[in-house]
Design a protein around this ligand. Structure first.
Ligand SMILES: *Cc1c(COP(=O)(O)O)cnc(C)c1O
Length: 383
C-alpha cells in the first residue's frame, strides 16, 4: 500500500468506531482478576502496546507511535514530550560516563546545548565533526560510542552523504543517532541509510499546526532495548491529547509538505535574483552544496531556507515590515515565519562571510503570490 493511503488509516479503531483514535486518559488501568493484572504486567515487557499504567502511555499514544514507526521503517518508536527530550533520551540511552560522543557541527542549537551542559556534566566527552565529513576517522577515539548527526543541518542546511558516512562510521562500532526533523518521516528514512536511531521533533511538520510539542525516537531492531529501558525508567511519554493532535495533523503531512516545498522553492528562487541577497541556503537549489546528494537520497524539500544578505542590508527593518510572515522560532506549522539567525556563532567549522545578516524563512501554506507581494513590499519599504 502507498504511504499516502496509510497516513489515512493509521490508528483506525475496529468498526463501528471513530476514524481517529479516541483520546484515552488514564493513570490506573483496572482489572477484574489478579490473573489479568499479572498477565498484563508480564505481557507489557514484550509488547509496547499493552495498556498497563499511564506512565507507559495509553492507546492514543500507541496509535501515534505505531504510525511513526511504520513511516520510519523501524522496530519500535518511543514518545517524548518535546523533540529535545527525545534527542536527550536517545543520546543518554547509548552513552555513559567515560564515553566519547561525536556530534555534527551543524546540529540543532538546543541539541548542542544539551550536550555541552548535561552530557559533559555527566562525564561524557564530546567533540564536533564537520558537516561535509564522509567518515569519523579524524575524530574517533577508542571510547567513541555515539555519533549524532542531522541532515540537512539546522539553519544552514548542510547536506551529509548519509549512506557513505554511516558505512564508514560503522567500522568503529558506534551507535548513529539522526535528527530527522527536516525529513519528518516523509522525505527520507535515516534507518535505511544505516543510522540506528531516528529522532523527529513532531513539534514541527508531523503535528503541523503550531500547537503541539512532541518528540519521537525510532530504533532499529537490534538496538531497541537500551532505549526502551531508558524510556520506561525515566517515565517518558506523550500526553494523550498531544498524541491525538499529532496523529490528526499527520493525516495531511504529505499534502502540506508538497505545498511547503513548492512555495519555499518559489520564494527561494525569487530571493536569489534580488540585489540585496548574497546567498540562499536551500537544499533544493542546484547552487546549494550537496544538492545532488539530497536529490539522490530524499524525495523532496520542506518549506525552510535561510538567506545571507549584504552587510548593509537592514534585516531587522525588513522583517518588521513583513505583514504575512510573523517573527518567531520553531517551524513546520501552517503559518509563514522569519527570524534573525547567527548560525555560525557557536560552530567549530566556519565558512567565510559569517558576519553577514541572515534570516531564516519558514514558508507556510498561504498563497505564494501573497507571500511574494509581502516580500516585495518589505524590500520597497527599505528604500
Ligand atoms: C525544533 C527542533 C528540535 C527540538 O524540538 P522541540 O520540540 O522544540 O524540543 C530538534 N531538532 C530540530 C532539527 C528542530 O528543528
Amino acid at each position: 500500500m502507498k504511504r499516502e493511503t496509510k497516513l489515512m488509516h493509521y490508528g483506525r479503531s475496529p468498526k463501528p468506531g471513530p476514524a481517529n483514535p479516541p483520546v484515552v486518559r488514564a493513570s490506573t488501568i483496572l482489572h477484574e482478576t489478579v490473573a489479568s493484572f499479572r498477565d498484563t504486567n508480564k505481557r507489557r515487557e514484550k509488547d509496547d502496546t499493552v495498556l498497563s499504567y499511564g506512565r507507559r502511555g495509553t492507546t492514543t499514544a500507541y496509535a501515534l507511535a505505531n504510525a511513526v514507526c511504520d513511516l520510519e521503517g523501524g522496530d519500535a518508536s518511543f514518545l517524548f514530550p518535546t523533540g529535545i527530550a527525545a534527542l536527550a533520551g536517545a543520546i543518554s540511552a547509548y552513552s555513559s560516563s567515560g564515553d566519547h560522543v561525536l556530534i555534527v557541527d551543524s546540529i540543532f542549537p538546543a541539541t548542542r546545548t544539551y550536550c555541552e551542559n548535561q552530557l559533559r556534566r555527566n562525564g561524557v566527552e564530546i567533540d564536533y565533526f564537520s558537516a561535509d565529513a564522509i567518515d569519523i576517522d579524524e575524530w574517533v577515539k577508542p571510547n567513541t560510542k555515539v555519533v549524532i548527526l542531522e541532515t540537512p543541518g539546522s539553519n544552514t542546511f548542510d547536506i551529509m552523504d548519509l549512506s557513505k558516512f554511516c558505512k564508514n562510521a560503522k567500522k568503529h562500532n558506534v551507535i548513529i543517532i539522526a535528527d530527522n526533523t527536516y525529513g519528518s518521516g516523509w522525505y527520507y528514512r535515516p534507518l535505511e541509510f544505516g543510522c540506528d536511531v531516528s529522532v523527529i521533533a513532531g513539534t514541527k511538520y508531523l503535528s503541523g499546526h503550531a500547537d503541539v510539542m512532541m518528540g519521537i525516537a525510532t530504533s532499529r531492531q537490534e538496538i531497541s532495548a537500551p532505549l526502551r529501558q531508558l524510556v520506561h525508567n525515566t517515565g517518558q511519554i506523550l500526553a494523550p491529547d498531544e498524541a491525538y493532535a499529532c496523529l490528526r495533523g499527520m493525516r495531511t503531512l504529505n499534502l502540506r509538505l508538497e505545498r511547503h516545498e513548492q512555495t519555499g522553492l518559489a520564494l527561494a528562487n525569487w530571493l536569489l535574483m534580488r540585489d540585496e541577497v548574497v546567498e540562499v541556503l536551500h537544499p533544493g537549489l542546484s547552487s546549494h552544496p550537496g544538492s545532488e546528494i539530497w536529490k539522490r537520497d530524499a524525495s523532496g524539500c520542506n518549506g525552510m531556507f535561510s538567506v545571507k544578505f549584504k552587510l548593509s542590508f537592514a534585516a531587522d527593518d525588513f522583517m518588521d515590515s513583513l505583514t504575512l510572515f510573523s517573527i518567531g522560532t520553531s517551524w513546520g506549522g501552517f503559518e509563514s515565519l522569519v527570524m534573525p539567525i547567527e548560525p555560525y556563532k557557536n560552530r567549530k567549522y566556519k565558512p567565510e562571510n559569517t558576519s553577514l545578516p541572515m534570516i531564516r524563512f519558514q514558508t507556510g501554506l498561504e498563497h505564494q503570490d501573497d507571500l511574494l507581494d509581502d516580500l516585495s513590499n518589505a524590500f520597497s519599504s527599505l528604500k
